[in-house]
Ligand binder design. Sequence first.
Ligand code: ACO
Ligand code: LMR
Length: 264
Amino acid sequence: GKVRAPTHIISTISDDRGEEPCYAGVPMSSIIEKGFGVGDVISLLWFKRSLPRYCTQFIEICIMLCADHGPCVSGAHNTIVTARAGKDLVSSLVSGLLTIGPRFGGAIDDAARYFKDAHDRGLTPYEFVESMKKKGIRVPGIGHRIKNRDNKDKRVELLQKFARTHFPSVKYMEYAVQVETYTLTKANNLVLNVDGAIGSLFLDLLAGSGMFSKQEIDEIVEIGYLNGLFVLARSIGLIGHTFDQKRLKQPLYRHPWEDVLYTK
Ligand code: ACO
Ligand code: LMR
């Protein structure tokens, strides 16, 4: 019989060997014929299945809402400085992307992990927040540099509104809101931020859609798929900032001395 030589790579999400490429078994022509959007493509390539419309719409809303947040945030700042140093598109983009992490845009996975664990163990928001404090860990998904109780993040409200209307259950989001209610008693800026909103709502999407087993949800949360939403979304804005700087022919950036405290 035929002997199959062992392969060096295993791949399960896409196939380009036939007449047309397939994403998770779905040929490109049906993706176009069915009018699929980027949310459907993400469902196929990340989750290896077609998700219901409200889920793909939610994914697309996350992408649109996180695409940019002005020139002053960490990622855009790095991209702008890099573009002004004369570097190319990819260098400017990755320079911005490299700021995404536990403080900026990359707290979605940890927010999902901690909210899920605390909710599923039945911890009250008080017990959860105080246990985090004892461990010296900031609650991921809580807190913002410029947003506060009186100037809430509109993106969070929009995500919550969509989910309350379309999701079968928003139990994890409600838990995150209860956590926010408690953290706001501590400081004005300890609001549920966009990372926390996406993290908690994606738990609701995974649990409520009926499309994922408990084991699959645990795996998605453990591997950490969700920061990918912010990385993907913000790439749109960072590419825009690169083009903007090039179009404006901005010179090399040098930070002003006056804005540095030189001290020993
Ligand atoms: N949980 C508990 N306490 C907090 C938190 C939090 N998430 N955030 C701030 N605090 C408290 C702490 O007491 C902190 O003091 P510490 O430095 O001794 O820990 C105090 O507030 C002041 O903190 P600052 O660093 O001055 O707050 P800042 O406004 O600079 O921080 C930030 C904003 C970085 C977002 C912070 O709230 C944080 O680390 N949050 C968790 C990570 C997160 O969710 N990041 C995503 C933000 S949204 C986005 O980037 C798209
Ligand atoms: C963002 O989306 O970039 C922001 O929430 C972070 C910020 O500092 O405004």
